[in-house]
Design a protein around this ligand. Structure first.
Ligand SMILES: [Zn+2]
Length: 99
């Protein structure tokens, strides 16, 4: 699939969804392999959120990743491999939505 088409599809999914979705959930909806696709989704997100803002005047937000062991909340939307506070790898991925 063309990158441009993929970006438009991603924007469409984000604009339509009623619940926040993680990168791998978004990848699945784009018919991408959830693992590899999640990386592609992360790469496309900055561009897609810019075009959603430009075209629809809406903003892409994210629920930050959270450590499920100690509750640490991350400030970046990129899913970290480990919690910097307790070292746990049990981290909830960020979930994206548009408002
Ligand atoms: Zn932790």
């Amino acid at each position: 699939m063309e990158l441009e088409t993929l970006r438009e599809k991603l924007a469409g999914i984000l604009l339509k969804t009623e619940e926040p979705l993680s990168a791998s959930e978004l990848a699945r909806r784009l018919d991408l392999d959830p693992r590899r696709g999640a990386r592609i989704v992360y790469e496309m997100l900055p561009h897609v959120s810019k075009s959603i803002r430009a075209r629809y005047g809406k903003q892409v937000y994210f629920e930050p990743p959270t450590c499920r062991k100690c509750g640490f909340t991350f400030s970046s939307f990129r899913k970290p491999h480990k919690c910097p506070k307790c070292g746990s790898e049990w981290v909830d991925p960020p979930r994206f939505f548009v408002k």
